[in-house]
Design a protein around this ligand. Structure first.
Ligand SMILES: *Cc1c(COP(=O)(O)O)cnc(C)c1O
Length: 225
């Protein structure tokens, strides 16, 4: 496992996907998901030029952030329990998993600043996945108005864990169309310019379909334990 080598391979693939879809590589943020790996691997990612780190557990994020003491931008990508919001909300730069009003209410209450959040959408409709159904998203975002510390910067999804490229592409496309719909509402608290989609197995398709934030674990820093 050579993290620097992985980073250069992944950047090349991002560049290819951008070329194919007429996009600029600078418009794609690469988030290294370090939930499966040690501090050592996370350090290697930073040394290789990664600036965005993602964790799906409150404890994991707080621990890595403390030990690394660095200038990374921190993304919380996992299910966030309301009772843990107060521990983490001032430690993260982005929350990718806003999926219910009670969570918005808690973020609003516990944070002293506007928190950039992605609304998580369950595009594929799989029961195992968190997130709002696509047809609930507009109403949900309209209902966020009373919570000024919650800023909707974009939408996030996890595609099904399959190989079928047309199904994956369709899932990402649907999220993009929905993002454009919300963006067009021009709600002051929901600029919604971003799309957090694409993981190790599907990020090239996600980038071709407009991803602005891709979340890569296994293919970037590997998987330990
Ligand atoms: C674990 C995880 C990832 C990274 O998954 P890989 O397949 O290892 O790239 C991305 N997003 C979320 C929400 C995750 O939980």
């Amino acid at each position: 496992m050579n993290v620097a080598n992985n980073v250069s391979i992944i950047k090349q693939k991002i560049a290819e996907a951008c070329e194919k879809s007429n996009r600029k590589a600078e418009d794609v943020q690469l988030i290294a998901v370090t939930k499966y790996v040690s501090i050592e691997r996370a350090k290697q990612a930073l040394d290789a030029g990664i600036t965005n780190l993602g964790e799906n557990r409150v404890e994991g994020l707080l621990y890595k952030k403390q030990v690394l003491q660095n200038k990374a931008t921190w993304h919380f990508i996992g299910t966030l329990q309301s009772r843990k919001v107060k521990e983490i909300i001032d430690e993260v730069d982005y929350v990718h998993s806003l999926d219910r009003l009670s969570l918005a209410k808690e973020i609003n209450k516990r944070s002293s600043r506007q928190v950039p959040c992605f609304v998580q959408v369950n595009v594929s409709g799989e029961e195992s996945k968190h997130g709002l159904a696509p047809d609930e998203v507009e109403r949900f975002i309209r209902n966020l108005e009373p919570y000024p510390n919650v800023q909707v910067v974009g939408l996030m999804t996890m595609a099904p864990h399959i190989e079928d490229e047309s199904i994956l592409r369709n899932c990402f496309k649907k999220l993009r169309v929905l993002k454009e719909h919300v963006e067009a509402l021009e709600l002051p608290y929901a600029p919604c310019h971003y799309l957090s989609m694409g993981m190790s197995n599907d990020f090239q398709i996600a980038v071709e379909e407009g991803a602005t934030h891709i979340r890569l674990g296994t293919s970037l820093v590997g998987k330990e334990v």
